[in-house]
Design a protein around this ligand. Structure first.
Ligand code: GLU
Length: 610
């Protein structure tokens, strides 16, 4: 789930490994480690709980150098975050392993390996891989063969890299359910769980596919598929840019990314809208033909992306004339569901590697969906490769664990999808043109909304000592309230819930008192009067409200209510605009509380385990 970096080179690789880990820090992790095959042919290892910098300091004090090495940032799934559970794990000081993912049959394998005399030094599931490879080496004629034999016995998800001191100058890597990329250098090769880790050393990458096992030496990379047949995986030149050290004028990546939204949206829309219509090619070469046949949309996503999908449901059903269901990927994948005729499956994921979403896509392929579309920010990711159509988001690398710009760009993509599908289902040319015009205004409207920065910073003080908060919205603002609550939870650790405001009286009203701030998103739309009644219900019970409202909604600040006027915007793009003040609010509250904004506790950026 977290970070892997590996290298085989003639030069010392320790700095490359640590730099690679630093570039993956944004994903969130609890400990870090490296193992390097040193010049004497021994495996040197260093592991530290906490930041990669701790590991770096340890290596400055006691350097380990050599030409072959592996490194890892761990996001604990089995066994507490501690030095003994940090990767790389060793077997008999001969084999070293790093692993992302979860080995589901680790208990059974552990028993077997114990029976064979192996002593376990950690509580992780990963350690079974290590001893299993060691055991297989007793009968295999190469590390490659031992790893091939090992992965056949593993159930679960893994991206893993194995090093053996008896077979120097090589790494063997295997992928199933957790991404791995090979980086091609000159007379040196690299592996990583994410290309961002390797950008200082190469831009030429091949993405491993499910079931692939590869042997990587300085001169050669040989890849084998699940059946053990040699295969070629295309090597592509990456144009991804990322400078992990550069937060510019900002204190945190999250703030930088909030302020990047006008530019990210502009890039995403550029060249995809023309003559008052959405160009279906934005969704892929074959999209015009496929989207014309859609009568039902099934959206699958997790977390923030799920909220984008929830918003799209309002849009698609209201404007595009098709029915739409939205479901959390981890639920969808384990239940029986019904496929309507001419159903389009839409997956949404910033990274394109979200394990549950990917599994749902694979399942859906067998279920008879007409076609699949992914809305994704990472070219070449698993979702992009495995979907029939892909909408590439162009949000740029998102480093903050709490998603901001990816969310608003996902919404813009889904608004475009509404236009593209609506065009074939009775959306008039005027409505389409109005939609396109709203979208074209989006970057400048977002810029205006960011002008609320100072006002929101001042407001945040009120929340710093609170333990709970409620977010309310109606219609397409309900998912925005959900996203606002999620942001606050994620980075300030304040417990926050969102409700469709009509639901208040069915339970949550019981929670209202002066210690429970209530945040309301109130654009001027047809539900405004209903929302105002809900606001009165809160006021009557002594609640304190913070209302983000359109000027024309005519809310007035008083003792029980603080009103923040949000720039006026078209109704269609209002969910995107009202997201911004909520992002800023959670950021400033976290800042006052002093939490780790970019790497909140317990969370990881790209959730590649179930
Ligand atoms: N399941 C492994 C562990 O808990 C790997 C976790 C990860 O993906 O970082 O150590």
């Amino acid at each position: 789930m977290c970070g892997i970096v590996g290298a085989v080179a003639q030069r010392d690789v320790s700095e490359i490994l640590v730099e690679g880990l630093k570039r993956l820090e944004y994903r969130g992790y609890d400990s870090a480690g490296v193992a390097i095959l040193d010049d004497e042919g021994n495996i040197g290892r260093a592991r530290r709980v906490g930041k990669v910098q701790e590991l770096d300091n340890a290596l400055i004090e006691q350097p380990i150098s050599g030409g072959t090495g592996i490194a890892h940032t761990r996001w604990a799934t089995h066994g507490e975050p501690s030095e003994r559970n940090a990767h790389p794990h060793l077997s008999c000081d001969e084999i070293a392993v790093v692993h992302n993912g979860i080995i589901e049959n680790h208990v059974e394998l552990r028993e077997r390996l114990r029976g064979l005399g192996y002593v376990f030094a950690s509580d992780t599931d990963t350690e079974v891989i290590c001893h299993l490879v060691h055991h297989e080496m007793k009968s295999a004629d190469s590390l490659l063969a031992a790893v091939q034999a090992t992965v056949k016995q593993l159930h679960g998800a893994y991206g893993t890299v194995v090093m053996d001191k008896r077979q120097p100058q090589r790494l063997v890597v295997a992928r199933s359910g957790s991404p791995l990329v090979i980086g091609y250098g000159v007379g040196e090769h690299f592996v990583a769980s994410d290309q961002l880790a390797l950008l200082p050393v190469t831009r030429r990458f091949a993405f491993l596919e499910e079931g692939d096992v590869a042997e990587v030496t300085r001169r050669e990379v040989t890849i084998f598929d699940t059946d053990g047949n040699p295969v070629e995986r295309e090597i592509t030149e990456s144009n991804v840019t990322h400078d992990a050290g550069d937060k510019g004028q900002y204190r945190h990546y999250m703030m930088k990314e909030i302020f990047e939204q006008p530019a990210a949206l502009q890039r995403t829309l550029d060249g995809r809208l023309a003559n008052g219509a959405v160009l279906p090619e934005a969704f892929g070469d074959n999209a015009a033909e496929l989207l014309a046949q859609v009568k039902h949309v099934q959206i699958i996503a997790c977390g923030t992306s799920y909220h984008a999908g929830m918003t799209a449901r309002y849009w698609l059903e209201q404007h595009a004339g098709v029915s739409c269901n939205v479901e959390i990927a981890s639920e969808f994948r384990y239940r029986r569901s019904h496929v309507f005729p001419n159903s389009l499956l839409v997956t949404i994921s910033q990274s394109g590697e979200t394990a549950d979403t990917l599994a749902a896509l694979r399942l859906a392929k067998e279920m008879g969906y007409m076609a699949s579309l992914t809305i994704c920010n990472v070219p070449g990711s698993s979702l992009v490769r495995e979907s029939d159509m892909a909408y590439m988001m162009k949000a740029g690398a998102e480093i903050g664990v709490a998603s901001t710009k990816a969310f608003t760009v996902q919404l813009a993509a889904l608004a475009m999808l509404t236009g593209a599908i609506g065009a074939h289902n009775g959306m008039t040319a005027e409505t389409q043109a109005a939609l396109v015009q709203s979208l074209q205004m989006l970057p400048s409207k977002v810029e205006q909304a960011l002008g609320l920065d100072d006002a929101i910073a001042a407001l945040a003080e009120d929340f710093a000592d609170k333990h709970h908060a409620l977010f309310l919205g109606r219609g397409d603002q309900y998912p925005i309230a959900m996203e606002g609550a999620l942001k606050l939870k994620e980075i300030s650790y304040i417990h926050a819930e969102a409700y469709a405001s009509g639901e208040l009286k069915h339970g949550p009203l019981a929670l209202i008192d002066a210690d429970m701030p209530v945040i309301v998103v109130a654009p001027n739309n047809e539900l405004l009067e209903k929302l105002k009644s809900n606001v009165e219900e809160v006021r009557a019970r002594g609640g304190l409200m913070y209302v983000f409202a359109d000027v024309d909604a005519k809310f007035e600040s008083d003792d029980t209510m603080k009103v923040i006027n949000v720039p006026h915007c078209d109704e269609f793009i209002a969910p995107i605009i009202y997201t911004l003040p909520l992002q800023l609010l959670s950021y400033y509250v976290a800042l006052i509380k002093g939490t780790d904004v970019d790497q909140p506790r317990n969370l990881a950026k790209s959730v590649t385990v179930e």
